[in-house]
Design a protein around this ligand. Structure first.
Ligand code: SAM
Length: 162
């Protein structure tokens, strides 16, 4: 498999799961995009979930100009500083859907990042809420349902809050 094949497979899995999640989540609850990046997945989420409150988090905003959230919905800063404050504001159990792909090519660092982020995300999800992630997380209040999706094992990860 070439690196091009690998990128296409990852992005296809990402899009398939976001499409699936948009039909799966309940009618209430926030949607969070952790790592706005270029704004591609944010754009997809807002298109699939019109009218929904979608917050994006990013420490270095540099998205495509058409893909910025409206005022008040882009939370700028390191997520480990901004997310705890956000949780205090909106309350635990407020999110219906969280998507995250904020890792790098450093697998050890990615593992550490996921371990640090896990308790925050675990507390943010409402019952039935979904975490869609590009890596494995430790989510004690959730069930790992990755194998129940159409995406091949290990390519993308899905957790549902119990
Ligand atoms: N989902 C995006 C898209 O489709 O365009 C791509 C996201 S990109 C792979 C990851 C983004 O996460 C980067 O823009 C990076 O700046 C951001 N990021 C990484 N670590 C972060 C952190 N600790 N706090 C806030 N943002 C972070």
């Amino acid at each position: 498999m070439t690196r091009l094949d690998s990128v296409i497979r990852r992005l296809t899995a990402q899009r398939d799961l976001l499409n699936w999640a948009a039909g799966e989540i309940g009618p209430t609850g926030l949607v969070l995009e952790l790592g706005l990046g270029n704004g591609r997945t944010y754009d997809h989420l807002r298109t699939k979930l019109p009218g929904r409150e979608i917050y994006a988090f990013e420490r270095s905003p540099a998205a495509h100009p058409d893909c910025y959230p409206p005022e008040g919905y882009l939370i700028v800063g390191d997520i480990f500083e901004t997310l705890p404050i956000f949780i205090e504001r909106v309350g635990q159990g407020s999110a219906a859907l969280i998507h995250t792909d904020i890792g790098t090519g450093d697998e050890a660092a990615n593992r550490q990042l996921a371990l640090r982020l896990s308790p925050l995300l675990d507390s943010l999800l409402q019952p039935g809420g979904l975490l869609i992630a590009d890596r494995a997380f430790e989510m004690p209040s959730c069930t790992d349902i990755s194998s129940q999706t159409s995406v091949p094992e290990g390519r993308y990860f899905v957790y549902r809050r119990n």
